[in-house]
Design a protein around this ligand. Structure first.
Ligand SMILES: C[S@@+](CC[C@H](N)C(=O)[O-])C[C@H]1O[C@@H](n2cnc3c(N)ncnc32)[C@H](O)[C@@H]1O
Length: 230
């Protein structure tokens, strides 16, 4: 979903809103440098486990009712989806229990992150921003993306569809415009992964070097002046 390359995996990575996903556990086991944040990390592993046991059957029931909204290629059916997701959560729970003191799981919430400017090379945010556009408003999206761009050189967000109607989130373009105003380079990049039908793009935001940004600004001004003279 993020078009991750082997070079990306060597970067210092922030997983934002990672919840009970296994990316952190799997990458750290391979020697990767990764930190996850989520407000759910304020509770213990057994509390997270009972929350998963409580919520998961309901999520599976929802997916069963709306199978047409998903692409069943890599995962064949709802039963297999349940197994794959449960395996990932078990991997997470083992790691979270063992490594809670390692500092790889931090209790924090957007839009305020406890990190220095550009502490990370790459921040990844999946299934939180844009997906919950009905509950997280435009202002909150803008503040969250600005904060992610503050702490990381590059930010990738996926998916960009709203869960409520499977349509592109209404916040995408206003957020992109706001980031561009701040000198952040933004683009919508196609990805190969597609599970939620139509979720085929990620948002990539890169903070240009400030010098380059000033040069670009001056170049644009020069270009406009020349056009006016013509
Ligand atoms: C649907 S889960 C996605 C988990 C994981 N990223 C994945 O793709 O499987 C959404 C996550 O966003 C987290 N979340 C909610 N509010 C948040 C906030 N303000 N900042 C960061 N994460 C938040 C939730 O606790 C939850 O774990």
């Amino acid at each position: 979903m993020f078009s991750i390359t082997s070079r990306d995996l060597e970067k210092k990575i922030l997983g934002c809103g990672d919840g009970p996903a296994s990316f952190n556990a799997e990458l750290a086991a391979k020697g990767g440098d990764v930190i996850s944040i989520d407000p759910i990390y304020q509770i213990s592993s057994s509390q997270i486990q009972s929350r998963i046991e409580d919520v998961y059957p309901k999520i599976m029931e929802q997916v069963s009712k709306n199978t047409a909204d998903y692409v069943w290629d890599n995962i064949r059916d709802v039963e297999e989806l349940g197994k794959v997701r449960m395996e990932a959560m078990k991997t997470f729970l083992r790691d979270y229990e063992d490594n809670q003191k390692s500092g790889r799981y931090i209790n924090a919430s957007l839009p305020i992150l406890p990190f220095k400017d550009k502490e990370f090379d790459l921040a990844l945010c999946s299934h939180y921003l844009f997906l919950y556009s009905k509950h997280v408003n435009l202002h909150e999206h803008i503040e969250a993306m600005k904060e992610l761009c503050r702490v990381s050189r590059e930010v990738r967000v996926y998916p960009l569809l709203s869960l409520s109607n499977n349509q592109e989130s209404p916040h995408i373009h206003p957020v992109m415009a706001e980031l561009e105003k701040k000198g952040v380079e933004v683009s919508l990049v196609p990805v190969k992964y597609e599970f939620q039908k139509g979720a085929t793009k990620m948002l990539v935001a890169k903070q240009e070097n400030i010098i380059l940004s000033i040069r670009k600004h001056n170049r644009n001004r020069f270009h406009h002046r020349r056009q006016n003279l013509n």
